[in-house]
Design a binder for this molecule. Structure first.
Ligand code: HEC
Ligand code: HEC
Length: 220
């Protein structure tokens, strides 16, 4: 009996959709459909409806750490070899400019240790960029010769080079290392990192060639 009722009901609903759906879109929002919908307040991170922009519709305040460098507590890494988040105030150090990168004052190897900061790691002194250049006529040049296709089989256009100083691709520290707002998380994070090295929560594990081991790419 119950099954018959359900079938009868779905036929009725389907036919009402068909009837209202033909040519008259205003009637498509039948009361049955409205009842089954999800409330607007529950849709997003904001807890007000989508049409209101009153003072109640404001996000949590962004509140970065104001602790000065050398007095802050570092965060646990998000996962093994994740870029560490910045625990200290950075307002005096940003923006990073080609003529001035204050982060280097304290994080350059050789100085960092005496500041109680970690030096930027060996991975930041490697060039992973292709050997190609764009010539003045717009063509791609590899080792001084114009090439049509940079993805040849021996991958000679891509090589990893160890540098003696910071790679230009790592110059803009705040591209990867961001400060964290200390307000309540809007969505609970249940992710738990499974660190593969003993001190993975506080230290990069790349030493020696471990970053490039197993890569087919040419290492110069
Ligand atoms: C005045 C020196 C100083 C300057 C300038 C500085 N830092 Fe730091 N930084 C530190 C110290 C010291 C720590 C360790 C935490 C502490 O003692 O406050 C640290 C910690 C960090 C960490 C966390 C490392 C970890 O192990 O979790 C990151 C990331 C970082 N800084 C990035 C930056 C960036 C990016 C800049 C530039 C915008 C910068 N720092 C500028 C001294 C400095
Ligand atoms: C393209 C992204 C990127 C940029 C740009 C970048 N980093 Fe990193 N950084 C990382 C990642 C990923 C790690 C962790 C893995 C590793 O060792 O490479 C890291 C690790 C670090 C560490 C922790 C080292 C350790 O031993 O645990 C410090 C300190 C650091 N970076 C400082 C800097 C500074 C200072 C700059 C700017 C001069 C910078 N980084 C630019 C991605 C970046």
């Amino acid at each position: 009996m119950k099954i018959i009722n359900k079938i009868a009901l779905s036929v009725a609903v389907a036919s009402s959709i068909l009837l209202t759906g033909c040519g008259d879109t205003a009637k498509v929002a039948a009361p049955e459909v409205a009842k089954a919908s999800i409330s607007e307040e529950s849709l997003g991170l904001r807890k007000t409806d989508l049409y209101s922009e009153t003072f109640e519709t404001v996000g949590e305040e962004t509140k970065y750490s104001t602790a000065a460098a050398t007095t802050s507590e570092t965060y646990e890494r998000a996962f093994q070899d994740a870029p560490p988040m910045v625990p200290h105030d950075v307002t005096e150090y940003l923006p990073i400019k080609i003529s001035r990168n204050a982060c280097l004052d304290c994080h350059v190897p050789g100085v960092a240790e005496s500041m109680g900061a970690l030096p930027y790691p060996p991975s930041h002194m490697m060039n992973f960029r292709p050997d190609t250049n764009i010539a003045s006529d717009g063509r791609i040049e590899l080792n001084g010769k114009a090439v049509d296709n940079t993805s040849d089989e021996d991958r000679s256009d891509v090589s990893i080079k160890k540098l003696t100083k910071l790679s230009g691709s790592r110059f803009n520290c705040s591209q990867c290392h961001a400060p964290q707002s200390q307000m309540k998380a809007l969505v609970e994070n249940t992710f738990e990192a499974d660190f593969t090295s003993k001190d993975g929560a506080s230290k990069s594990s790349y030493v020696g060639t471990s970053l490039t081991d197993g890569l087919d790419t040419l290492i110069k």
